[in-house]
Design a protein around this ligand. Structure first.
Ligand code: KDG
Length: 311
């Protein structure tokens, strides 16, 4: 079995150095919140698998090659001969402003179906990670997400749902209607502060949403606060972890790194403080380097930022 199984849509991201409307060179990267998490864990030596559908062409081969090179198991990936790869343009519009554009409607990844996930789940996993992006992609991807969360939690896996609201894909009300029930399968729920009411009542404050989630059986609620770190809620109370004081050059992927660090700490049997420390450490690596996941640490690099750790 795997330590962690995750699934979703991996995208080919094309990054510009300046405004897209004036053209120029684009660089090609692997993107996708779930594949970012998979790479974060694989780099730390955990047995990690990613499942999903990829286009059966050069771009699909590129996605698989990147994941394999990072040590992520892709044995249970489906190749889709009919649909194209999902693309994402990451436009560096100004030094401080990046704009995201998706070309993913009708993509291979968005056609994800329950049947694509059966073999990977049958292999067994300690953790199932999923995001609120996948259920926004299509009806079949939504059902696949629900089925996987239910099946893994029944089998005794720790289910981690990272809300990851993508406003380009659906409205907050549509997201809430799907993600709120999905959260009922989760042991660990990750959200940024502005996403929390997508797994509770519209407009509800943090304390109310968290209380509701803990009541429904979620064990740990992690609220990401960007440069302010994160708060972790359990039945025992709340704990705050400050972010590490690094120079942020690229925040895309920081949330995925945070989640990967937390789950790595769980797999290593760390206590809550240790899991949070690893979470903010991976988040710091992600923001202090370019790319969604390229700057994430190997296990022998985890201590590189230790001088920045409080306490
Ligand atoms: O978390 C980073 C992701 O936003 C990026 O890799 C692309 O998965 C992605 C998405 O759907 O936005």
């Amino acid at each position: 079995g795997f330590d962690l199984l995750t699934f979703g849509e991996a995208l080919v991201s094309l990054r510009s150095a300046g405004p897209l409307a004036t053209g120029g060179a684009l660089t090609m990267h692997l993107a996708g919140a779930e594949s970012n998490v998979a790479i974060g864990l694989a780099r730390l030596g955990h047995r990690t698998a990613w499942a999903g559908r990829v286009s059966d062409d050069e771009l699909g081969r590129y996605v698989l090659r990147q994941l394999r090179a990072e040590g992520v198991d892709v044995d249970h990936v489906t190749r889709d001969p009919e649909r194209p790869a999902g693309l994402m343009f990451l436009e560096r519009r100004t030094a401080d402003l990046t704009r995201v554009g998706y070309h993913r409607a009708g993509s291979a990844g968005s056609a994800l179906h329950v049947d694509d996930l059966r073999p990977a789940l049958a292999a067994g996993t300690r953790i199932l990670h999923l995001t609120g992006i996948t259920p926004a992609l299509s009806e079949t991807a939504r059902e696949a997400s629900r089925w996987a969360a239910e099946t893994a939690s029944r089998a005794g896996a720790l289910v981690c749902l990272d809300v990851n609201h993508r406003a380009r894909l659906w409205s907050r009300d549509d997201a809430r209607a799907v993600l709120s029930p999905l959260a009922g399968y989760a042991s660990v729920l990750v959200a940024s502060a502005d996403e929390l009411d997508l797994v509770g009542e519209a407009g509800a404050d943090e304390a109310t949403v968290v209380a509701g989630l803990l009541d429904r059986g979620v064990e740990t609620v992690l609220v990401k606060l960007g440069g302010d770190g994160a708060r972790a809620y359990t039945r025992d109370g709340v704990r705050h972890a400050p972010a590490l004081p690094v120079t942020a050059v690229d925040t895309v992927g920081a949330g995925d790194a945070f989640t990967a660090g937390y789950l790595s700490g769980h797999l290593d049997g760390l206590d809550l403080a240790g899991r949070l420390r690893r979470a903010v450490t991976l988040g710091a690596f992600a923001v202090a380097g370019h790319g969604d996941w390229e700057a994430l640490p190997r296990r022998d690099e985890l201590s590189l930022l230790d001088d920045l750790q409080p306490g």
